[in-house]
Ligand binder design. Sequence first.
Ligand SMILES: Cc1cc2nc3c(=O)[nH]c(=O)nc-3n(C[C@H](O)[C@H](O)[C@H](O)COP(=O)(O)O)c2cc1C
Length: 245
Amino acid sequence: MGKTMTEVTDLMQSHRSIRKFHDKAIDQCILKTILQSASSASTSSFLQCVSIVRVTDKHKRHKLVELTGNQAYVEQAAEFFVFCIDFRRHQQIVPDGYFGYTEQVILGSVDAALMGQNALLAAQSFGLGGVFIGGIRNNPKQVAELLALPQQTFALFGLCLGYPDQIPQQKPRLPLSVIVHENTYQDMDSETLAQYDQDIRDYYAKRTHNQKNNSWSDDIAAKLHKEARPFIQECLKAQGFMTEK
Ligand SMILES: Cc1cc2nc3c(=O)[nH]c(=O)nc-3n(C[C@H](O)[C@H](O)[C@H](O)COP(=O)(O)O)c2cc1C
């Protein structure tokens, strides 16, 4: 039988988000390698429509804790990066080009996600840990002001990186039989879901902190009964996106 695991796949499958960090800086060479790994990701049509804002200013970091929904690790992490869609440089190069399309939001979001995951994985390969911060979209207008984000840019998510001061239990994912479909879409079967709900209940009951008695179905029901940032479209428009008729 061939080799079915590699160092890289081991690393990928040992992922857990880290929200507590040692007060230790990341070496500049390691940081550069992480960022170069991020920028090596595939990019739609070679557009390279992503910018990363590294936030080193202590006051801005402090403000971002509040703007992301009081997530203290945004300040405590050794590094905090904000991944942005960026068509500004393209507009500078091609001033009479087509801009403002929803499709460009998708292009930038996909490319930024690929870069973000590359950054996190590269960091994890150095023994670092991190967590993405979607909370950066809680207050897009204030974030845009704080980071001086011009038209044709939009802050999509943050990434905290640092040396882990916790080893959380891994969160079990949906089984492949649910997420991988062959040829045509298949609705999930209720028995598989019931088993997964039980697995998540067990995970929440056994984990060392923030124990709760929830299934995954309970979790997503709670999330989907709340409005998901209904102001986002307006903020994207204010930054020059989704302006087509
Ligand atoms: C785009 C994105 C945004 C996220 N935003 C936050 C966030 O604002 N705060 C947070 O604590 N975790 C955030 N997370 C982490 C998820 O909660 C976490 O990945 C998920 O619960 C699974 O846990 P695990 O990463 O430990 O396996 C985010 C993850 C992604 C992919």
